[in-house]
Write a new protein. Structure first.
Length: 79
């Protein structure tokens, strides 16, 4: 897995910062990161990059559906 460096650099930077903040404070993202590192044996930075993509898809989906963030609905399929 490599970072393609496509798209807007500032947007990628802010997605990275948001993901880091979510991994530190949000229990669902923290659990996903721990799962990626311990079970899937990804390196920490690769796990963060994978979660950046997940967060981007999550934000687009929330914007399109005009709903609020509900972790039980968002992460229902991941469990």
């Amino acid at each position: 897995m490599t970072l393609s460096k496509r798209g807007r650099p500032r947007l990628r930077h802010f997605l990275y910062l948001m993901t880091m903040c979510m991994v530190m404070t949000n229990k669902e993202f923290k659990a996903l990161h721990q799962h990626n590192v311990q079970v899937k044996k990804l390196k920490r930075m690769k796990s963060i990059m994978k979660l950046c993509g997940k967060l981007a898809r999550l934000l687009v989906g929330l914007a399109r559906s005009e709903e609020t963030y509900k972790p039980d609905k968002v992460f229902a399929l991941a469990a």
